[in-house]
Design a protein around this ligand. Sequence first.
Ligand SMILES: *Cc1c(COP(=O)(O)O)cnc(C)c1O
Length: 421
Amino acid sequence: MKYEAFKNKVWLATPTMHGDEMKYVQQAYDTNWMSTVGANINEVERIAAEKAEMRYAVGLSCGTAALHLAIKHAGETLYGKPAIGHGALESKRVFCSDMTFAATLNPVVYEGGIPVFIDTEAETWNMDSIALEKAFEMYPEVKLVVSAELYGFPGRMDLIKAICEKHGALLIEDAAEALGATVHGRQCGSFGDYSAISYNGNKIITGSSGGCLLTNDIEVANKARKWSTQARENAPWYQHEEVGYNYRMSNVIAGVVRGQYPYLEEHIAQKKAIYERYKEGFKDLPVQMNTITEDTEPNYWLSCIIIDKEAMCRQVRDDSKALYISEKGKTCPTEILETLAKYNAEGRPLWKPMHMQPMYRMHEFVTREGSGRCRTNAYIAGGCEDVGADIFERGLCLPSDNKMTPEEQTAVIEIVKSCFA
Ligand SMILES: *Cc1c(COP(=O)(O)O)cnc(C)c1O
């Protein structure tokens, strides 16, 4: 090895604490609000709504819970209240981002719905608006879309919203990765009829866990708050008319989140500097980084690259392993990730598209051309129109921790470059 391995591991993304967090956690302790009620939750809800420019935020145990309650509420709004034991979306198709974390759309399945996966836009890596239009042509009865903003680079969420409006469909915006990013000056998390944000440990700010549902509709906020606390009716005893959940945010966790919010802009600035150093460092390499769509300002959560087709060495993946053949002047995500790991640095493949996941492999997948047709051999993306499979094959996320020093990042850049030698 040409360089020394990093003494301290260089991470993909880890929490960055500042001190205020402990102050609010201590307050929760000292006032004995060690509960799912308290001043920290109220403050997080106030700040989260204000920051996202939405009227209401509901503090929850995680972003997935926010997505679940949003999806359930949308289902009941569209199709009526289901009988006990049935989902709100039973047998209904829902258009979902394909290249994303499974948490974006698993809640569709919790509610009995059928995710139909919409292919990814090659340039922005987010849901392809042209494929979404195609899907509405194929399934005009669909009334719900769940769309995520990938890695904090929001793509064309405004277009997705306009298409939903045109077709009379509700939009759930999964802004878990995009807190603080903007499209035409407007905050991510403000585009959906419902939006979800996350304070998971590796997000741009964190409570160790936690999330919020964002909405402009007070009925939605009240309903989500009720459902998240076991759906108690207003009565002296535990009275129940509908099924509830234990999804409320803890006041201790909320203390951490409350302490983090003032540092969101600082974290974004650090992530932006990381992105720009990579961009400069890779300017002569056959790679493309996350694209900044016109008139958007990302939060730069994770810096990722896609290797140009001509510079890809041969790589095959099955459901748990990957092999590649090293070749002069070429490389592949597996080689880069293995090399980074050798030097004690952490990277990660891009999100594996949902239509390639064993549990969703038989679900419908819509590309710009219509029904997806690369399913049988999705790993070998050559010559097919499956954008998601193609960029999964060629892409990876690089260490993007905001505590990585410029010297460490310079070494990471050299390590990546060495893979192309
Ligand atoms: C992190 C994440 C979530 C889930 O958030 P949790 O708070 O971990 O439940 C959902 N969607 C996307 C795209 C995410 O990255």
